[in-house]
Design a protein around this ligand. Structure first.
Ligand code: HMG
Ligand code: MG
Length: 319
């Protein structure tokens, strides 16, 4: 019986060893990017159990919630309660999204140590997501980053719509690099390059990462954040790994989307990512069995099956 029949990925060494990272940090966004897009508000105790289970499965970074305006994202209006109820596991980071000064006040009151600001590479999405123009977003972020860094927090910078935008079409790589560089100059330690509507393909990923390299932004400052709308998220991730990216965003069970970009569907599923990393012999620290159990448990709470192929396959092989 082959390892696939046992529900284990077959390990085959990379044809060109040394081109792939030996270890990847999985930035789990299910509790934030996943739950922000649910039609029904997920009860507080379910969110807390979800986070606990994700930590138990070995995930070391759990993006927990957002301190955004509650009228804009009611699904995450309980951000302070989530932080208050959290059983922080030593060694696990619990970053949150913060758009502005009010959000930072709230995050600091909740004892947050890691935040992420979220910029857009396009004018239209900045207006729809932040009620600001492209330029105004920087004026909003600048004092937030300055104060947060001064308080000893780490600040990650998201760039959304890095590949395509539903209103503006293809997004020039130069535009993305320019927004990303401004966030780094402000004091962000890492950029997460978001394919918000999942239209990227591997060649486009290579072109964008190449443009960052040409602008002297080291690959150690870059993470990737793929949505799986067109089924390209894993191929795009592989392209990024081969260029040296070693932080990958994903969501347990493939939950996700963005309430202000209707064409955005779920993120790359963490299980699908883990399966590929296992096959490539890349370390990640996650217990796939526990993670699949968590996503199956969450799918029951949400009343629909997980879209992750790996979750479906392993559940089928169990039954
Ligand atoms: P605004 O309506 O322009 O707010 O929203 P404002 O600055 O005019 O303030 C109006 C009122 O809101 C004031 O209260 C503020 O205090 C209050 P008032 O004086 O009228 O009583 N307010 C707040 N209250 C609580 N927390 C706050 C806050 N801010 C203002 N933080 C704002 C501007 C940026 C706040 C709004 O547009 C917003 O919250 N947007 C967030 C949208 C969002 O969360 N989108 C999803 C995340 S992005 C994403 O998913 C993409 C990503 O995954 C990457 C990818 O996939 O590409 C990251
Ligand atoms: Mg996203």
């Amino acid at each position: 019986m082959g390892s696939h029949e046992l529900g284990l990925p077959m390990q085959v060494a990379s044809p060109e060893p040394g081109e792939l990272p030996t270890q990847v940090t999985i930035w789990e966004v299910g509790a934030r990017d996943g739950l922000q897009n649910e039609k029904a508000v997920v009860p507080l105790e379910v969110k807390l159990e979800f986070l606990q289970r994700l930590a138990d499965a070995g995930l070391g970074v759990l993006e927990t919630t957002s301190f955004v305006r509650p009228e804009w994202v009611p699904q995450l209006a309980d951000a302070a309660e989530v932080l208050a109820g959290l059983h922080r596991v030593p060694g696990v980071r619990y970053p949150v999204l913060v758009p502005n000064a009010r959000g930072l006040d709230r995050a600091l009151e909740s004892g947050v140590r890691d935040i992420a600001i979220f910029a857009s590479a396009t004018e239209t999405f900045t207006r729809r997501n932040l009620n600001r123009s492209l330029d105004e977003q920087f004026a909003m972020f600048e004092p937030v980053v300055k104060r947060a860094v001064g308080e000893g927090l780490t600040v990650r910078g998201y760039v959304s719509m890095c590949f395509g935008d539903p209103w503006e079409g293809a997004v020039p790589v130069g535009q993305v690099v320019s927004v990303g560089r401004r966030l780094l100059e402000m004091g962000c330690w890492q950029l997460s390059l978001g394919d918000t509507i999942g239209v990227a393909t591997p060649g486009h990923v290579e072109a964008l990462l190449g443009a960052f390299a040409a602008a002297d932004v080291g690959v150690d400052r870059l993470a990737v954040h793929f949505h799986d709308t067109y089924g390209q998220a894993l191929a795009n991730t592989y392209a990024a790994l081969r260029l040296g990216v070693s932080t990958v965003d994903s969501s347990a069970g493939g939950l996700g989307g963005c309430p202000y970009a209707k064409s955005a569907t779920g993120n790359l599923a963490t299980e699908d990512l883990v399966w590929m990393l296992d096959g490539l012999g890349i370390k990640h620290g996650v217990d796939l069995g526990k993670l699949v159990e968590t996503s199956a448990w969450m799918a029951e709470r949400l009343g629909r099956p997980s879209p992750s192929r790996v979750v479906k396959a392993l559940q089928a092989s169990d039954s």
